[in-house]
Design a protein around this ligand. Structure first.
Ligand SMILES: Nc1nc2c(c(=O)[nH]1)N[C@H]1C(S)=C(S)[C@@H](COP(=O)(O)OP(=O)(O)OC[C@H]3O[C@@H](n4cnc5c(N)ncnc54)[C@H](O)[C@@H]3O)O[C@H]1N2
Ligand code: MOO
Length: 413
């Protein structure tokens, strides 16, 4: 049977990064840059105060102390958002607020707490004089222009996926539109006559469709856009209609769950064999063995097994890397972390991704299995904070062995 690495390589060979498009930064969360970005301006754009206080020439207040304060006339008031209209004369002070531009010739700011005016009300008129109680060093409480970023400095490489803090920085740089790769469109359906949406009453023999909601969320997290085609019954016509709808909807990838094993009603595989192309079927992985990969009318189709944990693991191992490739992210293996096994673990020789709980004790990262490992049982997955990887060919791991784990979303160091 094909190995995980072989299958992943064969899947990825069929995907290319999507072409670039220009979009407003407001819509750019999780999108991947198609071009590098350099700073079009200094950040901060001008020297400004990091405190509320009095801008001074530091030399003028070098002798200040609580016993012998230095008294200076206050010749200007500089709130944030204005441009100071004159240079600071010698032996004078300007009242200044956090973020306001430093007047020319001032080189430091005395915080209001270090003056005799520390208990002023916020809205008060500027005082005529201020007594400085503590000296300031040159540059103290000043954020010079370009301290954070200098104009022309590289900020993001192409292939970078934008996070909330990145959007903040782009906005700070006055960048309102950027070039990103097109967002991967992933058509998604659940296959099976037994499936009901969670909004309907449960009737005998039926179960709720858990995979679609879970996979939609995983697609979203991976940076794709899901085209949800709903629950598709176990009938060739219905599956054909779903695949046709996905092709018409310009899906970059069609993702299904269920109907890919050896059952009489496993029609997703049946239809792909008759009317599509099957590149590969079945992987030496647990859970998730009956994965199917093929093409329907030129569109890649990835059929995940129906068991919910198989679908989840299959998504992380095979589908997420394909979405990342489409989205324009550079390929890199999912990062693993080492941990010490708290008890012996048996395996069946397939490359296994077992639900596990990692905890820390006396400086060691320890891992044990979470709940029941049946691939239909989602609760163990909900309790898990990591997947424990048992390599292919390994039938048992002894207590105390060092193992690789994949942290899940709720993993914390
Ligand atoms: N004789 C064999 N039987 C099975 C084999 C095998 O090699 N020989 N493989 C098993 C493995 S491993 C898996 S995994 C499953 C995968 O089967 P399918 O992909 O064909 O999936 P279904 O048969 O449609 O469903 C399996 C299971 O999952 C439930 N299911 C399906 N869809 C959903 C959904 N959207 N939400 C929640 N649960 C779902 C379904 O009711 C079944 O219980 O095949 C084994 N059998
Ligand atoms: O591969 Mo199945 O996913 O072992 O349950």
């Amino acid at each position: 049977m094909l190995s995980v690495d072989e299958v992943l390589e064969r899947i990825l060979a069929q995907f290319e990064p999507l072409p670039p498009q220009t979009i407003p930064v407001d819509l750019a969360l999780r999108r991947v840059l198609a071009k590098p970005i350099t700073a079009p301006l200094d950040l901060p754009p001008f020297s400004n105060s990091s405190v509320d206080g009095f801008a001074v020439r530091s030399a003028d207040v070098s002798t200040a102390s609580p016993e012998h304060p230095v008294e200076l006339p206050v010749v200007a008031d500089i709130p944030a958002g204005v441009s100071p209209h004159m240079p600071l004369p010698a032996n004078c002070a300007a009242r200044i607020m956090t973020g306001a531009p430093l007047p020319e010739n001032a080189d430091a700011v005395v915080p209001v707490e270090h003056t005799d005016l520390s208990f002023q009300s916020a809205a008060s008129q500027p005082p005529t004089t201020v007594r400085v109680l503590i000296p300031v060093r040159p540059g103290e409480n000043v954020r010079p222009a370009g301290q954070d970023l200098a104009k022309g400095q590289p900020v993001f490489a192409s292939g970078h996926r934008l996070r909330p803090q990145d959007l903040g920085l782009l906005a700070a740089l006055g960048i309102s539109e950027i070039e990103v790769h097109d967002q991967p469109r992933i058509a998604l359906f659940s296959s099976g006559d037994e499936l009901l949406p969670p909004s309907s009453p449960l009737t005998p023999g039926k179960i709720y469709d858990s995979n679609r909601l879970m996979l939609r969320a995983l697609i979203d997290q991976a940076g794709g856009k899901a085209l949800d085609l709903g629950i598709v019954p176990d009938a060739l016509d219905a599956i054909r209609t779903a695949l046709d709808t996905a092709v018409e909807g310009r899906a970059d990838l069609i993702l299904s769950s269920g109907g890919v094993s050896v059952g009489t009603y496993d029609h997703v595989r049946g239809l792909m064999e008759q009317e599509g192309i099957v590149h590969l079927w079945r992987v030496n992985v647990r859970p998730g063995k009956p994965l199917l990969f093929g093409k329907y009318h030129g569109v890649p189709v990835l059929g995940l097994p129906g068991n919910p944990v198989s679908a989840f693991v299959g998504f992380l191992v095979f589908i997420r890397p394909a979405i990342y490739r489409l989205a324009g992210l550079p390929s890199s293996p999912t990062p693993t972390v080492k941990a010490i096994l708290e008890h012996a673990v048996e395996s069946d020789g397939r490359e296994s991704y077992l639900r596990a709980i990692v905890r820390h004790e006396t400086g060691k990262r320890l891992v044990r299995l979470a709940g029941h490992q049946g691939s239909g049982n989602l609760y163990g997955l909900v309790q898990a904070n990591a997947l424990l990887i048992v390599p292919a060919g390994v039938k048992s791991l002894a207590k105390g062995s060092e193992v690789d784990i994949w942290p899940l979303e709720n993993f914390s160091e």
